[in-house]
Design a protein around this ligand. Sequence first.
Ligand code: GLC
Ligand code: CA
Length: 532
Amino acid sequence: MQPEISWKANSVVYHLYVRSFKDSNNDGIGDLQGIINSLHYLSKTLGVTAIWLSPIYPSPQVDFGYDIADYKNIDQIFGTRNIFDTLIKKAHEHKIKIMMDFVPNHTSDKHKWFQESRSSKNNPKRDWYIWASPKSNGQPPNNWLSHFGGSAWALDATTGEYYLHLFNEHQPDLNWRNFLVEKEMLNILRFWMNRGIDGFRVDVPYVIYKDPLLEDEPLNSNYMEGKHDPFDMLLHTKTSWQPEFYQLMKKFTEVLQEYKGKFMVTETWTDLPGLIKTYNAAGWKYFQPFNFSLITLPWRADIHKQYIDEYERALGDLYIPCWVLGNHDKHRVASRIGKDQARIAAMFELTLHGISFIYYGEEIGMIDGKISKKKVMDPYEKTSPGLDLSRDPERTPLQWDSSENAGFSNATPWIPINKNYRKSNIATEMKDPHSFFALYQKLIRLRKENPALSEGKYIPLFEPVENVFLFLREKDSQRVLILLNFDDKDKKISLDFKDAKILCSATMKEDNKLIDLNNFSLRGNEGYILQL
Ligand code: GLC
Ligand code: CA
């Protein structure tokens, strides 16, 4: 069954790191059946409208699925193609759309294309990857770096040439300048849409094209050794954001438009002009580059206000923004800004105009886990240790309840459960009307019920007092005012509006009260959604 409607601007997508969501067969690893068993939770209890699954394709799991060995199958640790078909069907019955992770820049070195490619210089698949001869002194062809540390080139003994890997050496980069690669990859999108999935999240698309001359990248003069990620030693002018990237985004959207109701979001780490350029290149409402500003900008009302006002102005009615507070690559929002402000962030994200992505566990304010040196799983930490780059802390299993292993599995999980799980878990929070979970439930419900919040325009207002964010959402006769205290200090505020009803408060302790907006005090760490 294909969902008829296309994606709405009030969609709420739940980003689920499959390994850590729910284990159904007790091998300590989350799986597809675990998701099927949790559809009621996702659709009814929490109320999300879509899920994005981290990569579930067959993979040696060097980079936990971002090293794909077969694009058209399912890894047996997660299930089978039949189980995936069942998940698609059941999810649609629950009115939940499904997005897959699409990883076009690189494959696993175990992929049969790479096995062929590396076998000889004249193999027909040789040119499917990026090969180059060593310099006369045997060194790599240029100074390009791997995101995970060290050179981006690995010498392959069989043919004496280097292959390019912008990530781990077990993740060789595909050569998209070869037309056959492009054709095959676009067909993979069709393959999964034909099976009924509703959209894709695209992994690092801005690095797909590299300088064909393989010139060195310039040094970054701001780089400080020991303080910054070694990858930032260079300015990546030759390995990212090449002109062909924009053309490719257009091609992606054209493939999606062969179908109905599809959607695509891309992982795009760039500034505001870069995002606008990406939108314009793709030129399709249901294509969105992730806006990561809620993760990357300093947590201050004025800074966010300036950014969002400008972004909304630039997008106009043409495009929909796409917001996110966290993901499997970044420390959890409750660890970055504290649990109290994470409630403000949730209220902020879910009242902004645009699609919101919730990273699993954010609904209970999950914080980063502490992973001992012995238990490091992330290849990033293994190759660039000690710089707080590890992504393990934000990948610990979802805390379902207070039973052993947090109700995630009956076996020892693949990565340790966060120690706070006996206090912080879904079952416990569900019993508390003021909990984080209660706030998420209510925010999602309000978005659906109030036209101003689901379809209304974002109307910027002034900053009433320092570090307080104020904006309006408006649709026909409904006007909703959102007021967020980015501080832990109380603020005296006077607004030119009359009485209003609090639809929801960040602490959930002031809901349904009437308030005189001419003169009131907003507590520290408090935020209101107000019906005018
Ligand atoms: C993206 C993914 C990250 C992965 C990398 C390589 O940044 O989000 O988890 O390691 O690409 O595929
Ligand atoms: Ca399992």
